[in-house]
Design a protein around this ligand. Structure first.
Ligand code: RIB
Length: 307
């Protein structure tokens, strides 16, 4: 387990505009928040930063706009030792932003204006084929156009590079795509939306996971927030309980989890070990404010005691 994992992330890059609020505002309501922060975000970028801090060598494939946020985010990737050769600056386009409110219990509400992320194309992915080919793991999410996601997965499959697809935000996906996924990592709501089209569905965790496996996904790891994570292994489903921590902000917890899972598997760990490692990374990430500022490094995760 000493070889450094090579990870490529194909996904979104945002600037997060975050306000702390006593609670999430209702429709049509104005409430007064408490403190405003601007910090790097985006599910793809968050996973890249988390994987780098966990010890992987990471390359990012995505798009930013030709504006101040785009320049700041590119500089931030460099500080985090993330390769940016395949981050394209789209002229005349703004960088993606996420408007985030975080309430007193650490739960959030997020609205994303994709900006340059929406301009990600299959041809930008193909330009990165050489780095995808030499990676140990590809991480993808659904905050960029579906044809770019499909191309990234196709390229990885062509070179037998394992793929973790984090289906966030949830969208319908074709069976052709699902069959090419090694590990799908929905949360409970995303799993229900993918399977039934409805977040309010009463489908059980087991039913959602069985359905996804029946459609061709090789393995499913479903994150269950404070309850832990369920994962499929040899036709059975196992639940791993979450760590108990003081929750400050859950933003980016799923991204920490996906990065932890990807890094540990890429280093040769088993799925069970990787889920345990990912849970520790996610648990630590909710104990501080912000998505990327709270992503733990390898030492912190290794020292974190299971409770
Ligand atoms: O997963 C959290 C992320 O979702 C935020 O950083 C925000 O940018 C949105 O993409």
């Amino acid at each position: 387990m000493s070889i450094q994992a090579q990870i490529v992330v194909v996904g979104s890059i945002n600037m997060d505009l975050v306000v702390k609020t006593p609670r999430i505002a209702l429709e049509g309501e104005t409430i007064i928040g408490d403190g405003f922060s601007t910090m790097p975000g985006g599910k793809g970028a968050n996973q890249a930063v988390a994987a780098s801090r966990l010890g992987a060598q990471v390359k990012m494939v995505g798009c930013v706009g030709d504006d101040r946020y785009g320049r700041e985010l590119l500089a931030h990737f460099e500080e985090e030792n993330i390769g940016t050769e395949y981050v394209t600056t789209i002229s005349g386009q703004s960088t993606g932003v996420a408007m985030i409110t975080v309430n007193e219990s650490g739960e959030n509400s997020i609205v994303v204006a994709p900006g340059a992320n929406a301009r990600m194309t299959p041809s930008y992915v193909r330009e990165a084929e050489n780095v995808i080919r030499s990676a140990d793991m590809l991480l993808v999410q659904l905050e960029i156009p579906m044809d770019a996601v499909e191309e990234a997965v196709k390229v990885a499959n062509r070179h037998r590079v394992p793929v973790i697809l984090n289906p966030a935000p949830a969208r319908q996906m074709s069976d052709v795509l699902l069959k090419q996924i090694d590990i799908l990592t929905p949360n409970e709501t995303e799993g229900k939306i993918i399977v039934t089209g409805r977040a309010e569905s009463d489908a059980s965790i087991g039913e959602v996971m069985s359905h996804l496996i029946s459609r061709g996904v090789k393995r499913v790891v479903m994150t269950l927030g404070g309850e832990g994570a369920a994962y499929s292994e040899s036709g059975a489903y196992r639940l791993m309980r979450a760590h108990k921590v003081e929750t400050v902000d859950t933003t980016g917890a799923g991204d920490s989890f996906n990065a932890g899972l990807g890094v540990y598997l890429a280093e040769g760990g088993t799925l069970e070990e990787a889920v345990r490692f990912a849970q520790k990374a996610a648990a630590l990430s909710v104990t501080n404010f912000g998505a990327q500022p709270s992503m733990p490094n390898r030492t912190k995760v290794n020292q974190f005691e299971y409770n």
